[in-house]
Design a protein around this ligand. Structure first.
Ligand SMILES: [Zn+2]
Ligand SMILES: [Zn+2]
Length: 162
């Protein structure tokens, strides 16, 4: 593991201790270009460090979420998905019919945050949000080329790396 990793820079920037566990897990998440499940993270960590056990990975992952370095979202794929925290939050529209996951503009949720605070005194932690529904194609609004199962799996972030 390299100390030049942008992820480890992030850790230091947040004033966090760079423990070997944290470094391993952040590097594993970083290796994925999108969302990744805890099990996928574990598989990747284990490939490089066979002595690490599952509970260490899961516990460290929870810690990283609590510290805001990693965000977690339920994208409806059966298990929650992890992602490195980005400077600009992003959110998803998840189609419950075809499984397509699209990003939506963060600025759209800012007014919601304000209203929740004003009306309910609730400080919403909207940094990685998923909204479920039907995409334009599944509503029959847009007719496009046929969807393949492989595409759907990739869109849901359920791709396997091994
Ligand atoms: Zn995301
Ligand atoms: Zn759809």
């Amino acid at each position: 593991m390299t100390t030049q990793s942008p992820t480890l820079e992030l850790l230091r920037k947040h004033g966090r201790r760079v423990t070997p566990q944290r470094a391993m897990i952040l590097t594993a998440i970083e290796a994925h270009d999108a969302h990744v499940t805890a099990e996928q993270i574990y598989e990747r960590v284990r490939a490089a460090h066979p002595y690490v056990n599952r509970s260490t990975v899961y516990r460290t992952l929870q810690m990283l979420c609590r510290d805001g370095l990693v965000t977690v979202t339920d994208l409806g794929a059966g298990s929650v998905q992890y992602e490195l925290h980005r400077d600009q939050p992003h959110h998803h529209m998840v189609c419950q019919q075809c499984g397509t996951v699209a990003e939506l503009d963060h600025t759209l949720l800012e007014p919601l945050k304000v209203v929740l605070k004003r009306r309910y005194g609730f400080k919403a932690g909207i940094e990685h949000f998923a909204i479920f529904g039907l995409c334009a194609r599944c509503q029959g609004i847009v007719k496009k080329a046929k969807r393949t199962p492989a595409k759907r799996a990739a869109a849901a972030g359920a791709h396997r790396s091994s």
